[in-house]
Write a protein that binds this ligand. Structure first.
Ligand code: BGC
Length: 282
């Protein structure tokens, strides 16, 4: 008997976002929030209170994925958000290093056929310094901000108390660090050496979890959390992303009482925060 293939990592989460109450007008301005993931592309429109004005739309991320042109990210996103109501502004979380709306690294999207596959140098060139905020702004006709996906997600969940670390466990390993609610400069911890000559991303990403199984993956997650605590002495840790629910609490030791597992829909809600008081400095 052939076992059912395991569902893709981000498929399993249902958003815990609230919707605008029937009979109530959404509070303006409306934000189109896009969550660009290595496995799926998701979007919804939120009103100023963070309530969803329309159901979330989603499509799988198709590879190869150049930034623009036929089959590229920008036209794909335009298609994805077409069924959604018109918004006043746009936010997008991107799985890589982003500065001032430009892409400095796109680890998943420079590969030939998805995470773990060969790097395509033409894609690398196409993504390098690509002005994603500018391109989306032009394609959607609304002011647009783009930031790292973990930073965006973190902005929706931190409480503003001390040093808060957000990690996201999905296709890749995302991190965001906040001090008293203020986002600190993004660090691509994902691509730093972790163990056995491999990076955090290599060892904690979805591809590896499927390879090594949940037990060994959990041991690694615990080790990563211990190392990050030794580095940052975080006051609180938030674990998000499609695989957050697979983290075994009993392995977290004394970090457990400083840990909250958060819903993946924070990737959408964080899009609103991007516009609040220039929260993420973008
Ligand atoms: C990227 C990070 C991103 C994370 C989660 C990693 O591969 O390097 O920038 O935040 O994946 O998507």
């Amino acid at each position: 008997m052939v076992a059912d293939p395991e569902p893709e990592v981000e498929e399993e989460e249902e958003p815990a976002l609230t919707t605008v109450d029937a009979g109530h007008a959404p509070v303006k301005p409306l934000t189109l929030a896009i969550d660009i993931g290595g496995t799926g592309l998701k979007a919804s429109v939120l009103d100023a209170t963070g309530a969803m004005v329309a159901d979330r739309v989603r499509m799988p991320t198709k590879y190869p994925l150049p930034p623009d042109g036929s089959g590229g990210l920008v036209p794909t996103l335009v298609k994805l958000v077409k069924p959604l109501p018109e918004a006043d502004r746009v936010s997008a979380g991107f799985p890589g290093m982003v500065r001032a709306g430009k892409i400095l690294s796109a680890p998943h999207f420079v590969t030939e056929s998805g995470p773990g596959s060969k790097i395509d140098h033409q894609l690398e060139e196409a993504w390098s310094r690509f002005d994603l905020a500018g391109a989306l702004q032009e394609a959607l006709g609304k002011p647009t901000k783009v930031a790292n996906d973990a930073d965006v997600q973190g902005a929706a969940v931190v409480q503003g108390q001390g040093l808060e670390l957000v990690i996201t466990l999905g296709t890749g390993f995302g991190t965001a660090i906040f001090l008293d609610r203020r986002l600190l400069p993004h660090l691509e911890i994902a691509h730093q050496p972790f163990r056995k000559g491999e990076t955090y991303n290599d060892q904690l990403g979805e591809r590896t979890r499927k390879d090594v199984g949940d037990d060994r993956w959990n041991t690694r997650v615990n080790k990563a959390i211990t190392l990050l605590d030794q580095l940052l002495f975080f006051d609180h840790l938030y674990i998000g992303g499609g695989n957050a629910r697979r983290v075994r609490r009993d392995g977290l030791g004394d970090v457990l009482e400083r840990t909250t597992v958060v819903d993946n829909s924070a990737g959408i809600l964080g899009g609103l925060r991007l516009w609040e008081g220039n929260h993420l400095g973008v």
